[in-house]
Design a protein around this ligand. Structure first.
Ligand SMILES: Nc1ncnc2c1ncn2[C@@H]1O[C@H](COP(=O)(O)OP(=O)(O)O)[C@@H](O)[C@H]1O
Ligand SMILES: [Mg+2]
Length: 385
C-alpha cells in the first residue's frame, strides 16, 4: 500500500545477473520515519535490492523510487538524499578514521571546514575520538562498522540503507550498533536495514519483509511474523515419566492451545505466543506448586530458521547453500566477475564520482556473511575500478 508519505517504494522490482534472477518481482514500501527490515538468508537478494535502491545497480524490471525519485531515471537526486553503510567496505584502511570521514564529507560536496566539523562530531558520537587519528586498518570489526556508519551519515541523509550492519560482530558490538541505530531512528531517519537475524529485525524494525530466492515470502510486523511461526515456546523435560500428566495439567492453562508432548514422552512445550518471558515465570511457579521435577527449562523464541521452515518448508541455512551451483557460486562472482563487469558502467561509476551512495561502497565484495567474517579488507573491490 503506497501512500504519499512513503519514502521508499518498490514495485515489481527485478534484477538478473545473467542467468541468476537475484530479484524476481519484489514489492514493498517504507513510510517516512519508519524502519523496514529486509530479512532473508544469504543469497536471498537483500544486497541486490539495496544496491538498486542506492543507484549502484540498474534494475532489470519494475520500479523503485526514493522520496518520489525513480532510482534508475534520477540517480543523482536519489544520491543526495541517501546514505549507505555496507560492511565497512567504504573505508580506506590506510587512512585514519578522521581522514576517512573528511573524505566522505568531500564526496558529499561538503566544504572543507564543514566536512572537518561533521567528521569531528561523528567521531565523538560514535565513540571513535581516541582512535580518530589511527589508521583504520588498526580498528576492530565493531569500530570499522561504526566508522562506516559515520561515513554514511556525513551528508545528513534523510534515508539510510544499512546492509547487514551487525553480521560478524561480537555480541557487545552488536548491542552498541543497535543502540546507535535506534538513536538515528529516534531522530526521524527513514531506514531500510537488511539482516539475516529475526532477533535483529525484531529489535529494530517496524515492518519486516522476508525475502527468499529473490521473492517476498512474507511481510508484516515482527510480532505478526512470530505469531505465524507459532510464537515463543517454553520447553522443559520432566525427570520422571509418572509426573508427566501432572506437569501437563499444571501448565495447560498457560498455553495457547494444548501443550505439546515430544515423541520421547518427557519433553513438554508450552505455547506462549509473544508472552514468552511472562509465561516462563508462570510455568516455573506452576511446576513448583505441582511439585514436578524438571530439567532443561528454557524459553525458545522463534528464530529465522523457524520462520523459514514454517514459510517455505526449508531452513534458512539450506536456502543459503542449496542449488549448489547457483548459490555456492556466489563468492566467486563477487567483485568483478563476468556478470558484474557486464553491468552498465553508469550507476556505480557515477555514484563513486559524485559521492553519497558511492564513496567506493562495494557492498557485495564485503558480504561474506556465510563464513561469518567481516571482510574489512574488501575496501577497494575490483568492481569499483
Ligand atoms: N554481481 C553479481 N553477479 C552475479 N550474481 C550475483 C551478483 N550479485 C549477486 N548475485 C547473485 O544474486 C543472488 C542474490 O545475492 P545478494 O543480493 O548478494 O543476496 P543477499 O544480500 O541476500 O545475501 C545470489 O544468488 C548471488 O549469487
Ligand atoms: Mg548481502
Amino acid at each position: 500500500m503506497a501512500t504519499d508519505a512513503d519514502v521508499i517504494e518498490v514495485r515489481g522490482l527485478k534484477k538478473s545477473f545473467g542467468p541468476v534472477q537475484a530479484l524476481r518481482g519484489v514489492d514493498f514500501s517504507v513510510p517516512e520515519g519508519r524502519v523496514l527490515g529486509l530479512l532473508g538468508p544469504n543469497g536471498a537478494g537483500k544486497t541486490t535490492a539495496v544496491r538498486v535502491l542506492t543507484t549502484l545497480l540498474l534494475p532489470s524490471g519494475g520500479r523503485a523510487t526514493v522520496c518520489g525519485y525513480d532510482v534508475a531515471r534520477h540517480p543523482g537526486a536519489v544520491r543526495r538524499l541517501i546514505g549507505l553503510a555496507g560492511q565497512a567496505t567504504a573505508i580506506t584502511p590506510e587512512l585514519t578514521g578522521r581522514e576517512n570521514l573528511e573524505i566522505s564529507g568531500r564526496l558529499y560536496h561538503l566544504g572543507r571546514s564543514v566536512a572537518r566539523r561533521r567528521a569531528a562530531e561523528l567521531l565523538g558520537r560514535f565513540d571513535l575520538v581516541d582512535a580518530a587519528d589511527r589508521q583504520a586498518k588498526t580498528y576492530s570489526g565493531g569500530m570499522l562498522r561504526r566508522l562506516d556508519l559515520a561515513a554514511s551519515l556525513i551528508g545528513q541523509p534523510r534515508v539510510l540503507f544499512l546492509d547487514e550492519p551487525t553480521t560478524g560482530l561480537d555480541p557487545r558490538s552488536r548491542l552498541g550498533m543497535w543502540a546507535i541505530i535506534k538513536d538515528l531512528v529516534a531522530q526521524g531517519t527513514t531506514l531500510l536495514l537488511t539482516t539475516q537475524y529475526l532477533d535483529e529485525a525484531d529489535e529494530l524494525a517496524d515492518e519486516v519483509v522476508v525475502v527468499d530466492r529473490g521473492q517476498v515470502i512474507a511481510a508484516g510486523s515482527p510480532d505478526t511474523l512470530k505469531d505465524r511461526v507459532g510464537g515463543d515456546v517454553v520447553e522443559f523435560t520432566v525427570t520422571e515419566r509418572r509426573q508427566l500428566e501432572v506437569a501437563v495439567s499444571a501448565v495447560a492453562p498457560l498455553s495457547q492451545g494444548p501443550p505439546s508432548v515430544g515423541s520421547e514422552g518427557l519433553r513438554v512445550q508450552v505455547h506462549a505466543a509473544d508472552r514468552g518471558s511472562a509465561v516462563l515465570v508462570d510455568v516455573v511457579r506452576a511446576l513448583d506448586a505441582a511439585q514436578v521435577a524438571t530439567t532443561g527449562l528454557a524459553l525458545r523464541r522463534p528464530s529465522l530458521d523457524d520462520v523459514f521452515l514454517s514459510l517455505t518448508g526449508h531452513g534458512a541455512e539450506e536456502a543459503a547453500s542449496d542449488g549448489a551451483g547457483r548459490r555456492r557460486s556466489r563468492p566467486a562472482r563477487r567483485g568483478a566477475g563476468p556478470a558484474e563487469a557486464a553491468e552498465p558502467a553508469g550507476p556505480a561509476g557515477v555514484a563513486r564520482a559524485s559521492g553519497p551512495a558511492g564513496a567506493g561502497t562495494t557492498v557485495t565484495s564485503g558480504t561474506t556473511a556465510a563464513s561469518g567474517t567481516t571482510a574489512a579488507s574488501g575496501t577497494t573491490g575490483p568492481e569499483e575500478g
